[in-house]
Write a protein that binds this ligand. Structure first.
Ligand code: FES
Length: 428
């Protein structure tokens, strides 16, 4: 017999199995309750307040994490609290994303690119002969491959769907887009100047996407958000545990991040006026776990010694395989992983800083929820990784929080005076 669980403020009524935790029941019912520690009773993000029904006695974790005051007010950790009779609980207000400060990539206008851009995307205008003669047996595709000098095997089937109108709209004048030998688009008329790409960094906590013009490297728009997978666990280990818990959870994590990337794409396209079909290339970086979750790969063994990733090689796949709402044949490139949690994001740091190019020994530090340190020169490069998460997430530390409203973001010492600045000028 199932029991009614009401979750406020949205008044969602769920029918739950007796004995399931409120957190589990909420996630299964599609209600987001943030679970920074992954439901281990080690943070306070999943706290709920009982508004009706019998308040269960506090667990030891309730007492440790919430303290006497909140326990007396009727707060409990939803990951520790089981439903055994009809109850109604109020979810602690979600942290407002606007109060977070996520650093995007901002290059002053006109500043030179730190690297030479070669996206590998080429656009050429070709004149395709249209089939005219009944006695001369040919096809749209035969004529296209002859004009573009490629083989039929280089043309994806999807491209054929719009080929008839693409060839005829401008009397055979067509712009073909190539990546290597592969044709990824055939558009009517001359669109050769329109080629765009996305640079995406999927972090454990935040995700930043930028729209780039592929010839000049100019950044046209950028958008950042919190990683929506964080409600299922703030750090990598919690997220791996969540994925292991149930076969459907891995898919849930994958769909969360793909959904967010599509929201980013919509925003970038509307901010810049660029059509999504002109986005032909995407480069995605992230640590090993984020990389695997994006691809729907089981990350279980990344979380266990010897922390072996499922794959390490660079990958190029069409955008349609990841359901990204851009040109379906756009090439999505995932940089290689190094080892353990040292992933494609560390490779991106090495490439962007050219740490492996110079004779002198240099160090690059990327402090994130999962952080990496690179050390090296052109002779040798070392890398290691460690979670800085608790310090930056506010989980499992008494005096710490995320870079949100009220977090101290600047400290200056003036004579003997210590001056603090906080995000949003809110009380520290
Ligand atoms: S204490 Fe429940 S998710 Fe952290």
């Amino acid at each position: 017999m199932s029991i009614a669980l009401t979750i406020l403020p949205d008044q969602v009524v769920l029918s739950v199995e007796p004995g399931s935790t409120i957190l589990r029941a909420a996630h299964d019912g599609g209600v987001d309750i943030t679970a920074t520690c992954g439901g281990r009773g080690r943070c306070t993000s999943c706290r709920v307040k009982f508004v009706s029904g019998t308040i269960p006695p506090p667990t030891i974790m309730d007492e440790i994490q919430l303290g006497d005051g909140l326990v007396r007010e009727g707060y409990r950790l939803s990951c520790q609290c089981r439903v055994n009779e009809p109850v109604a609980v109020q979810v602690a207000p979600a942290l407002d994303e606007r109060t977070f400060q996520i650093l995007g990539t901002e290059r002053p206008p006109g500043a030179p690119l730190p690297v030479a851009l070669d996206a590998g995307i080429r656009k050429d205008v070709v004149q395709v002969a249209l089939p005219k003669e009944e006695h001369d047996q040919t096809s749209d595709l035969d004529e296209l491959v002859a004009a573009a000098r490629v083989g039929t095997e280089d043309v994806p089937v999807d491209l054929l769907k719009t080929l008839p109108s693409a060839l005829r709209d401008h009397q055979g004048e067509v712009t073909v887009t190539r990546f290597g030998r592969r044709l990824i688009a055939a558009e009517p008329g001359d669109t050769s100047l329109l080629k765009f790409g996305l640079a995406i960094d999927i972090g454990t906590t935040s995700v930043v996407s930028s729209l780039m013009e592929l010839e000049s490297g100019e950044q046209l728009a950028s958008v950042s958000s919190l990683n929506p997978q964080a409600v299922f666990g703030g750090d990598l280990m919690s997220r791996i545990a969540f994925a292991q818990f149930d076969a459907g959870n891995l898919r849930k994590l994958q769909m969360r991040i793909i959904g967010l990337l599509n929201q980013h794409i919509e925003q970038l396209v509307s901010d810049s006026g660029v059509l999504a079909k002109w986005i032909y290339k995407v480069v995605i970086v992230g640590n090993t776990c984020m990389h695997h979750l994006l691809l729907g790969i089981d990350p279980s063994y990344v979380g266990l010694a010897p922390y072996a990733p499922v794959m390490r090689h660079p990958l190029v796949i069409p955008a349609r395989e990841l359901f990204l709402k851009i040109n379906p044949e756009a090439r999505v490139c995932l940089l290689p992983l190094v080892a353990g949690f040292v992933g494609a994001d560390a490779v991106a740091v090495a490439l962007a800083t050219r740490i492996g190019d110079t004779a002198e020994l240099r160090v690059a530090v990327d402090i994130g929820t999962n952080g990496e340190v690179l050390l090296g020169s052109r002779d040798h490069l070392w890398a290691c990784s460690a979670p800085a998460g608790p310090a930056l997430e506010g989980a499992q530390v008494r005096n710490g929080m995320r870079a949100a409203l009220g977090a101290i973001d600047r400290v200056t010492v003036e004579r003997a005076d210590l001056r603090l600045h906080t995000i949003g000028d809110a009380p520290a």
